[in-house]
Design a protein. Structure first.
Length: 166
């Protein structure tokens, strides 16, 4: 009914062209890639959570994702990427891999990458691995560089006391 050459031929057409016997062989090659396909496909990154301007939160916020704060938060925030909007105010400790401040933070900021835009107002210490402060930003506190600023008890690599930067 079928020849050995058709079964051993590489390619998807060899399993599709035959009748009854290749169906037993066909599921093995087709199921193996199907099982391997989902893990190899990159997962889509979920969109950032947005705390809107009319929202006032009292309490801590923790996520492994991204947060965009436009309202007011009285409490600590932990996230992967934290963006503080121009009209936003956070009173508490902020800890994230990336922190972008366009609004106001009263409290300690810990981040691998911290960026204060020209509209930022930070009143508190900043512990960072890398920092960028744009001209016009208002900052009162001290700055410490650490290799791992997200750990609770790291030693500062280089400390420099700064009371205001613009």
């Amino acid at each position: 009914m079928f020849s050995k050459s058709k079964i051993n031929e590489p390619g998807p057409k060899s399993g599709e062209q035959s009748g009854d016997a290749p169906k037993a062989d066909a599921p093995k090659p087709s199921t193996a890639p199907a099982k391997d396909a989902p893990p190899s496909t990159p997962k889509a990154k979920p969109p950032a959570s947005v705390l809107s301007a009319d929202l006032h939160i009292t309490g801590n916020v923790k996520t492994s994702g991204d947060i965009n704060v436009e309202g007011q938060v009285e409490g600590d925030i932990r996230a992967h990427l934290l963006t503080v909007g121009e009209g936003a105010t956070i009173k508490g400790e902020v800890m994230a891999d990336d922190v972008v401040v366009n609004g106001r933070i009263v409290g300690r900021v810990r981040g691998l990458k911290v960026r204060l835009s020209s509209s930022a107002r930070v009143e508190g210490d900043i512990i960072h691995k890398t920092i960028a402060i744009e001209s016009g930003a208002h900052f009162e506190g001290s700055v410490q560089r650490q290799d791992d600023p997200l750990s609770s008890g790291g030693k500062p690599v280089a400390a420099s006391g700064t009371t205001a930067k613009t």
